[in-house]
Design a protein around this ligand. Structure first.
Ligand code: C6P
Length: 416
């Protein structure tokens, strides 16, 4: 089936070669070659990830940490070496600092319940920002409700950047943790997390970074950032769904109580007492998503082979081109015009609901997301109910930017 011809990239990625790795890209949507621009929601998977997961099912399928038999030993080695791959990808010091989770959401809930809950008191504060995804809001609200703590929010400017002066002021002796998104899924803003972490640490406050939209788009180094926790999801970084990871500094993980109880997180159990396993297994109760972890490692290896800087450069080129050309369309208004953006272009068009735009684009074979992107407070901040969001990945091309813009012109034609 026909696929859009990839144009040469000036940024060092062989996009045609990359596209050949992704079977799902080579199909039509409503009779047109698919243009997949919903990468912030989830990415397509390269053959290397699909084959890794298939290989596990065909050769090594067994439970981990439990069996004496060969397959179980192979599954255990593959699962634990996936942890080492993730440790290396994030620049962590020790693979025991990597906890497998279902994704970013579960990682944040784990920090809320296991790290913050035991040390929070009525009147204490949790500081997040106005551009968080619901998964970095709701767990903290639940915790506040249960404990009498208070949720504080760093406001955002009209350009979609954080008000850093306000951030510094809001860091108080009552702040028990800062939760901040590295790259906003609704605005594309890249936040100055390193600087924010420094400011928080100067007051002894730990910081959790939501890296769901950062890991797919470039280099992340948790030791350079000096963050206390870093959460991300596999499926947005070309890996399987249902798997992600939490990086946590070893000294924090050692202090933390388990989040869930069950098999594989214990040293010994009697009816009188249970002794817990050391981190990270203490936080991985039950049979884990073994094939997910292995597939995630394959995805990160794939990204590494491309090179983080080349990935960033390629996607920035597409994002800049799409932004410039979308703004040439009368009535298009960008939501989020931060100086540093990554991955996503979010906008509204006068007189046309984003869902209508999404539907027309779909009939043109262009997949984008229209909605609040699970960041309703961002929509409230900009007095809108939804945006159109085109989000880019390693396999997108300038031809596809053309297709997006042509489809938007069609929307204009239909709605006048
Ligand atoms: N954003 C989007 O279309 P999970 O669902 O746990 O894999 O990831 C949650 C999450 C957390 N933080 C950020 C910044 C995110 O973007 C997401 C997921 C998707 O924008 C689905 S709502």
């Amino acid at each position: 089936m026909a696929s859009p011809v990839a144009t040469a990239t000036r940024t060092g990625l062989d996009v045609e070669q990359i596209r050949a790795d992704f079977p799902a890209l080579h199909q039509e949507a409503h009779g047109r070659p698919l243009v997949y621009l919903d990468n912030a929601a989830t990415t397509q998977k390269p053959r290397q990830v699909i084959d890794t997961v298939t290989h596990f099912y065909e050769h090594d399928c067994a439970n981990v940490h439990r069996g004496v038999h060969l397959l179980s030993q192979r599954a255990t080695v593959a699962y634990e070496s996936a942890r080492t791959t993730i440790k290396a990808h994030l620049g962590a010091a020790d693979s025991r600092e990597i906890v497998f989770t279902r994704g970013t959401t579960e990682a944040i809930n784990l920090v809320a319940q296991s790290f913050v809950r035991p040390r929070i008191e009525p009147g204490d504060e949790i500081l997040i920002t106005g551009m968080e995804h619901h998964s970095n809001i709701v767990p903290w609200q639940m915790l506040c409700e249960a404990t009498g703590a208070e949720l504080k929010v760093v406001p955002i400017t009209d350009e979609g950047e954080l008000e850093l002066d306000r951030y510094a002021e809001l860091l108080s002796h009552r702040t028990k943790i800062v939760g901040v998104v590295h790259v906003s899924n609704a605005l594309g803003t890249v936040n100055p997390v390193k600087e924010m972490i420094e400011l928080a640490h100067a007051k002894g406050i730990p910081v959790l970074v939501d890296g769901a939209q950062a890991v797919p788009h470039g280099a992340v180094d948790v030791r350079d950032l000096d963050c206390d926790f870093y959460a991300f999801s596999g499926h947005k970084a070309y890996g399987p769904t249902g798997i992600g990871a939490l990086y946590g500094k070893r000294e924090h993980l050692l202090e933390m109580v388990p989040y869930q109880g069950g098999g594989d997180m214990i040293l010994s159990v009697t009816f009188d007492e249970t002794l817990y396993a050391e981190p990270p297994h203490r936080f991985e109760a039950g049979t884990p998503n073994i094939e997910g972890a292995i597939g995630l490692a394959a995805a990160l290896e794939y990204l590494e082979a491309l090179g983080a800087d080349a990935v960033t450069a390629h996607e920035t080129e597409l994002l800049d081109a799409a932004t410039k050309r979308a703004l040439d369309i009368p009535g298009v208004r960008l939501i989020g015009a931060a100086r540093r953006r990554a991955g996503a272009l979010s906008f509204v068009m006068d007189g046309v609901h984003p869902h209508d735009i999404g539907t027309i684009l779909d009939t043109e074979g262009v997949a984008i997301r229209a909605g609040h992107h699970c960041a309703q407070p961002v929509m409230q901040r900009f007095n809108i109910s939804a945006t159109v969001r085109a989000s880019f990945g390693v396999y997108n091309t300038t031809n596809e930017v053309d297709r997006l813009i042509e489809a938007l012109a069609k929307v204009k034609e239909i709605f006048g």
